[in-house]
Ligand binder design. Sequence first.
Ligand SMILES: NC(=O)C1=CN([C@@H]2O[C@H](COP(=O)(O)OP(=O)(O)OC[C@H]3O[C@@H](n4cnc5c(N)ncnc54)[C@H](OP(=O)(O)O)[C@@H]3O)[C@@H](O)[C@H]2O)C=CC1
Ligand SMILES: O=C(O)C1=N[C@H](C(=O)O)C[C@H](O)C1
Length: 268
Amino acid sequence: MSKTAICMVGAAGKMGRRIIALGLDDNDIEIGGAVESKESSFLGKDIGEVIGVGNLGVKISDNIVETAKDSDVLIDFTFKTATLSNLDAYLEAGKPIVIGTTGFEDSEVEEIKKLSEKIPVLLAPNMSLGVNLTFKVLEMVAKAIGNIYDIEIIEAHHRMKKDAPSGTAMKMAEVVAKATGRNLDSDAVYCRRGLIGERTDKEIGIQTIRAGDIVGEHTVMFCGNGERIEITHKAHTRDTFAKGALSAAKWIKDKPAGFYSMFDVLNL
Ligand SMILES: NC(=O)C1=CN([C@@H]2O[C@H](COP(=O)(O)OP(=O)(O)OC[C@H]3O[C@@H](n4cnc5c(N)ncnc54)[C@H](OP(=O)(O)O)[C@@H]3O)[C@@H](O)[C@H]2O)C=CC1
Ligand SMILES: O=C(O)C1=N[C@H](C(=O)O)C[C@H](O)C1
């Protein structure tokens, strides 16, 4: 297998740093480029120096199109407004792209899907094997008992996370809503306070915790009278997501234009 050169957009961020560090340990990956925002204090610095592994000869740039020239695949872990404002540059770069950024509204996902008519795009709110397997388990459980038992989703993340609920929690909600014939626009309840009255059968509760350095935890509860099932995934390290992003980059390198997810990479 020939090597896959990656251009990391959001290179100095928490995920960008781990993807580059693990990429350096991977014989099938090369670091082709590193991109940060126009305002970044890291511009012009070597990404290897920034992540503490010594000079790699890869300077951090704010020019996506130029930087992507030395890469096979782009990887974006930034912030939703950054991803959306970079879409034109991604099209001009013309390389396959893996997007791990979260927080997109449905209309914004449609914008990303438009890009996938021209280039291969993989969008996934969570790149871990365990979470993607959990999506499948949730579909099965929700189909079996989701219309008899109450469904609640709880997610917990570190204090620096900017979007809520997490992209993973929203995907879990989407999976159980689809499996039980519900509509998140009308049936999702994001937090409760005050004289809220009895719970309805249809609602899917989605609760958010932000605290300390929690990497990422998701629990979906199916609660009946006399018992409950809790399906939980806990990420112990960001490397779990970073490894998934690198697998996705290798997988998408030779794919035709289209809209892909981690299910395609993992054959789920
Ligand atoms: N799919 C998955 O498996 C996972 C997804 N995520 C998601 O990935 C995203 C990033 O997470 P995380 O790394 O923790 O966040 P960070 O804030 O640590 O990193 C984001 C990086 O992107 C940079 N950035 C901002 N705007 C631009 C721009 N226009 N062009 C290039 N770079 C830019 C930021 O710079 P600055 O700080 O200067 O703004 C920062 O360095 C989030 O949406 C998160 O939810 C996270 C983990 C796993
Ligand atoms: O911001 C994070 O850290 C994470 N974000 C993703 C999400 O929003 O689902 C995935 C993971 O849980 C970590």
